[in-house]
Write a protein that binds this ligand. Structure first.
Ligand code: NOJ
Length: 521
């Protein structure tokens, strides 16, 4: 396990929208490098950058045309190497986005593979049926009529994303290859080759790992446990262990008990329908106030989250981490369902929980979800969470010096004060709350990644939640009513930080309306 994960706090950057250094309206790599000190001062010591490779951008870069080349609109490979170096000088780490399940239909492998007589090396790099005349199989999406080759191919997500071939564990058709077929293992080797290209090693390219897109999607018709897809990742992990032991991989899987066994160092809690994560931050019940845990006027309770989280946590705690996100490029921003105080309380929980937290750019200032923006680069409803970072109250909120009409996406101008500069000057801002919370996490070993969680009080009738981590006791009350919780302990509890009215007297913790406290024994 890479040592640096013990203290890692990630900041996710959607490169299109973070900082434009050359006034063309598009965020870029030098723009990110120029903001490393901001990210570091915020308390984040690691970055995840969404795909920044050459791409036709039909899915914002998740349709990769060349895995080994930075998209010219973001700069060049040297710019990325420089970002790695600058980050390392500040003791920060940078992970890239690895898209193993599919490429762009413009990737050279695919243009070869779709020919009448494909080159042997790429004939089975994608999944082809043996005739154009094929009605499909439930659970897979086939495209017909697009290639000279007599066959249909499978896509993983959008039409522009043909699925790479890692084989089928359960097979009923001749064209379905077993995962151990040399053409399928060649796909795995190609994936490892891409990873080696970027990772920090003898060649000094400097990448510290990968966030892995749709990590569970590799072998089609796998079994319930995803044993064949897991075998691919175990293979990748042993390569990392022997060649790049300090590199990390975190999966977009949403099932930590499977992902960690498969070899990932961490797995995200995803904002899936019915997920425990969603019960914290979304209007869980459609309409009305909903019952998300953090809504002051909701009636949610923490049990819904814990019922999912705790069994996973117990199962993976010896071997890997669970990553809680404030949001990401696929979800409505957290501020869409929670107001500023509610967001602060949610962040308080996320940043004092075990595992490796991920903060999505702009969530630290409560950037809004612009629900009705027209789709951009395959974003659809996700587009509203991908708008330019709001740095100051100047032109284009300081994101770019280009004319506004040239921006990648419009800047949210409705609230001119919702920006970094203004919030830096306001001690009670969300930005400053995030800074204090992260400072606390970074200075208290007990509050970092390690699995030392003990639940002290979690009840479906009462909204307050108390937990202990080493010598720290943490209490949170998102509701309106004051709550009290007795605890038998020898010695004094010192309040390290609080939001709202909290106290500890004569063996009783008190949490006022919408409050949070961290005490240390
Ligand atoms: C998940 C990514 O997060 C999302 O943005 C993308 O569209 C799909 N995977 C397809 O790669």
């Amino acid at each position: 396990m890479p040592e640096w994960l013990k203290t890692a706090v990630f900041y996710e950057i959607y490169p299109q929208s973070f900082c434009d250094s050359n006034a063309d309206g598009m965020g870029d790599i030098p723009g990110i490098t120029g903001k490393l000190d901001y990210i570091n001062n915020l308390g984040c010591n690691a970055l995840w950058i969404n795909p920044c490779y050459d791409s036709p951008f039909k899915d914002a870069g998740y349709d990769v045309r060349d895995y080994k080349k930075v998209a010219p609109r973001y700069g060049c490979n040297e710019d990325l190497f420089n970002l790695f170096d600058e980050a390392h000088k500040r003791k920060m780490h940078v992970i890239l986005d690895l898209v193993p399940g599919h490429t762009s239909e413009e990737h050279e492998w695919f243009t070869e593979s779709k020919k009448i007589k494909p080159n042997d090396a790429y004939k089975n790099r994608y999944i082809w049926t043996n005739s154009w005349f094929f009605w499909g199989i439930e659970g897979l999406k086939f495209v017909a009529g697009e290639a000279e080759r007599d066959g249909c191919y499978i896509i993983n997500f959008f039409k522009c994303q043909p699925a790479l071939n890692y084989g089928f564990l359960e097979r009923s058709e001749k064209w379905q290859l077993p995962p151990e077929h040399p053409d399928c293992t060649a796909t795995v080797e190609a994936l490892k080759d891409i990873m080696r290209f970027w990772l920090k090693g003898d060649k000094g390219r400097g990448c510290d790992g990968f966030r892995v897109d749709m990590a569970d999607s590799l072998v089609k018709f796998d079994d319930k446990q995803k044993s064949a897809t897991s075998a691919v990742w175990q293979n990748v992990r042993s390569m990392l262990n022997s060649e790049f032991p300090e590199a990390m991989i975190v999966s977009e899987w949403g099932s930590p008990e499977k992902a960690i066994k498969a070899g990932f160092h961490a797995d995200f809690l995803l904002d899936h329908k019915d997920s425990g994560y969603r019960s914290l931050v979304r209007n869980y019940i459609d309409g009305g106030n909903g019952d998300s845990y953090f809504r002051k006027d909701g009636n949610g309770n923490i049990k819904r989250f814990l019922n999912q989280y705790l069994p996973w946590y117990e199962e993976v705690k010896e071997n890997g981490y669970i990553s809680i996100i404030t949001g990401n490029h696929d979800t409505p921003r957290i501020s869409h369902h929670l107001d500023t105080r509610e967001c602060a309380l949610a962040f308080a929980l996320f940043f004092t929980f075990p595992g490796i937290p991920f903060l999505y750019y702009g969530d630290e200032i409560g950037m809004r979800y612009l629900q009705h923006l027209p789709t951009k680069e395959g974003g659809y409803s996700r587009t509203g969470s991908r708008t330019p970072m709001q740095w100051n109250s100047g032109a284009n909120a300081g994101f770019s010096a280009a004319p506004s009409r040239q921006l990648y996406l419009p800047v949210d101008t409705e609230k001119n004060t919702l920006n970094v500069e203004t919030q830096e000057n306001d001690p009670s801002s969300l930005l400053n709350t995030v800074k204090v919370l992260l400072k606390l996490r970074n200075s208290e070993e007990d509050l970092q990644s390690k699995p030392n969680l003990e639940i002290l009080h979690a009840d479906s009738e009462d909204r307050s939640f108390f937990y202990k981590r080493g010598r720290c006791v943490i209490g949170i009350n998102p509701g309106k009513a004051d709550t009290r919780f007795p605890i038998a302990a020898n010695g004094e509890f010192n309040l390290l930080y609080s939001i709202g009215g909290c106290g500890y007297e004569n063996g009783v913790f008190r949490l006022g309306s919408q409050s949070f406290g961290v005490w240390r024994l």
